[in-house]
Design a protein around this ligand. Structure first.
Ligand code: COA
Length: 365
């Protein structure tokens, strides 16, 4: 029989359950190697005009040699923490499809490099919906009193899983990372996260996938390129992305008590400008209110929403209403609403602009 003090009346941790969760910091990072449509023209059977008119993408960024998801995630997180005034964080959630290794998760490495101490840290896999999923989990974690301050990161290095010879995917994806800090706040405070709506449909798992590399199909010397690399059924994804993001957006708006006309900014996953236009149209939101960042960075998967937020931060006014929505592999999709907080954001775009070839004559979609 062991002596135990488990039943002794120890003081219980007092859980602080706040009335609201607010966004308190934001940062983004894009790697330096630029790959323009013209660069791709030289490598693939494609053209700048085709890519621009079918996707709205002009250019994207690829991680440099040796640069991994944790490197970009750490940099974006540093900027988000600085934007939030370098608070003590007690949970790190990293949304990614491209962790540094299959095992262990990448979030603990990021937390360690940031010097956050022995905080809870885990990866979340929901492909391009990862950031919305992670933000919803952070919101719930703070509301429940389980955690006080959460660092939410979306980071992906799709250049590591894309077949450079596959024109269906190589033209679309880019690398990057974005991060936010959320914590307790007051009802009605600018920055408040209002409502989330999340879904999945595993019967559509083959639409977006990397077939090999897991327990179902371990990688062997005989693994084909088709199984080793990322694949996507673009047409079906397009249709499902529009319907799912619109449905989820309606649900999140309804729970927030907002009408589509109340939305100041639609910050949808930066998949394809035609998808964004279509989602705005279906919801009855002016397409001018749809934030566009994909033209310069492509589809950065889990990073796309926080990077779009960081890019457009100077244009948002405090208290404006933002609708976030995403669709991704799984399939997974979701939406969330928030008002814009009074925060200072280190502008990743400033740096990006200095390094980016200006987009020639954006074409109407
Ligand atoms: N460059 C040039 N031509 C291309 C091409 C490329 N990269 N890809 C396809 N084509 C050609 C096709 O061969 C076809 O030619 P054809 O008419 O002579 O047969 C034509 O262009 C149309 O091809 P299609 O596959 O119908 O293109 P699309 O209009 O569906 O656009 C995508 C393809 C991938 C851009 C589009 O389906 C898409 O954006 N899907 C969603 C992808 C996405 O957002 N994924 C992430 C979600 S999380």
């Amino acid at each position: 029989m062991y002596a135990t003090n488990r039943n002794v009346n120890l003081p219980q941790p007092v859980r602080f359950r706040p009335e609201a969760v607010v966004l308190q910091g934001l940062g983004g990072y894009v790697p330096s190697e630029e790959v323009t449509n013209l660069d791709l023209e030289g490598r693939l059977d494609t053209s700048d005009a085709w890519i621009r008119t079918r996707t709205g993408i002009h250019s994207r960024r690829f991680a440099g040699p040796g640069e991994a998801t944790s490197d970009m995630a750490t940099e974006a997180a540093r900027r988000a923490l600085a934007s939030a005034g370098n608070p003590d964080v007690d949970l790190v959630i990293l949304a990614t499809t491209t962790p540094d290794h299959p095992c262990p998760a990448t979030a603990p490495a990021v937390a360690s490099r940031l010097g956050l101490g022995p905080v809870a840290a885990f990866d979340l896999a929901a492909v391009c919906s990862g950031f919305v999923y992670a933000l919803a989990q952070a919101n719930a974690a703070v509301l429940s009193g389980q955690h006080r301050k959460v660092l939410v990161i979306g980071a992906d290095t799709f250049s590591a899983i894309i077949n450079p010879q596959d024109r269906n995917t190589a033209i679309i994806f880019g690398d990057g990372a974005g991060a936010v800090v959320v914590g307790a706040g007051e009802e009605g405070q600018p920055g408040q996260l209002s409502a989330f709506d999340l879904h999945s449909d595993g019967s559509c798992q083959d639409l977006i996938k990397v077939a090999a590399g897991g327990s179902r199909m371990p990688v062997t010397p005989d693994t084909s390129d088709a199984d080793r690399y990322f694949s996507m059924q673009g047409k079906e994804v397009f249709v499902q992305a529009v319907t799912s993001m619109a449905d989820s957006s309606r649900a999140a708006l309804e729970e927030s008590g907002w009408r589509p006309g109340d939305v100041d900014w639609l910050v949808a996953h930066q998949a394809n400008q035609r998808i964004l236009n279509r989602v705005a149209g279906v919801l009855g939101i002016d397409p001018e209110k749809a934030v566009i960042h994909l033209d310069r960075v492509g589809n950065t998967s889990a990073a796309s929403i926080p990077l779009a937020l960081a890019d457009h931060a100077p244009q948002f006014a405090v208290g404006e209403k933002l609708l976030l929505t995403a669709f991704g592999g799984g399939t997974t999709w979701g939406a969330g609403t928030l008002t814009w907080p009074a925060i200072t954001v280190t502008d990743p775009q400033q740096e990006l602009n200095e390094r980016t070839t200006p987009c020639p004559n954006p074409q109407p979609m």
